[in-house]
Structures are given as C-alpha cells and as structure tokens.
Design a protein around this ligand. Sequence first.
Ligand code: 2BA
Length: 109
Amino acid sequence: MKMIMAVVQDKDSNRLSQALIKENIRATKLASTGGFLKAGNTTFMIGIEDDRVEPVLDLIRENCKARQQVMAPISSMGGHADSYVSYPVEVQVGGATVFILPIDRFEQF
Ligand code: 2BA
C-alpha cells in the first residue's frame, strides 16, 4: 500500500474530488497553504493499493492543470520605498506536486 500526497490548486480540487469518488478511490482533503505564494491550495491524502497508484496518478494528471499566477508585490511598510523596487512576479504553478510514500501498516477501527 502507498500514501499519495498531492498538493493541487484550489481551482482543481472539486474536479479531482469528483473524479476520485467516481472511481471509488478514498481520499482526505486538507486545506493547505503554499510556502512561497502563501496562497491557499489543497492537499489530498490518498491511501491506495500498489497496483492502483498509476491509475490515481492518471486521474490527478487529467484533472489538475498548470497555471500562471501573479505574486503581488510586497508593499513598503517602513517608509523606505526607494530602497527596493518590487514588481508583480508571475510564476507557473504546477498542476500537482505529488509525493508517494510507502505505508508500513494500515488499520481501520
Ligand atoms: P507555493 O510554495 O506557494 O509555490 C507556488 C509556485 O511558486 C511553485 O509552483 C513554483 O513555481 C514557485 N516557487 C516556489 N518556491 C519558489 C522559489 N523558492 N523560488 C521561485 N519560485 C518558487 P509548484 O512548484 O508547482 O508548487 C505548487 C505548490 O506545491 C507549492 O506552493 C507548495 O504548496 C507545494 N510544493 C511544491 N514543492 C513542494 C515540496 N518540495 N515540498 C512540499 N510542498 C511543495
């Protein structure tokens, strides 16, 4: 068994949830925040048998797309606006960042 942890954009989260439910794949959604953009994203925890890992990755690939996101410039709080110049920065946020971990033991009570 494996644990798939997938960080996806909030915009894709409902679509991915529906696709997982349709394929009878159990998942837990966690509200998360990207360390860089400090914007909300969604982390899916999916415990799954080894032979179903690839189909789950296919579903994630099909339902999550990369987008350009603009990072707002940092506003000057200290009155030294001329000491640095801040521009809006555009970054490409991936469709999904996926970690696949081995599970030693799985129990449900
Ligand atoms: P964020 O940390 O908010 O990052 C959003 C996007 O900003 C990243 O997209 C990347 O394109 C860019 N970025 C991140 N750190 C950067 C840096 N130090 N310098 C320049 N650009 C940077 P993705 O790589 O697709 O990541 C999307 C989200 O997935 C991340 O949101 C974070 O929540 C998660 N993530 C990505 N890599 C991770 C990792 N190694 N461990 C844990 N979470 C990760």
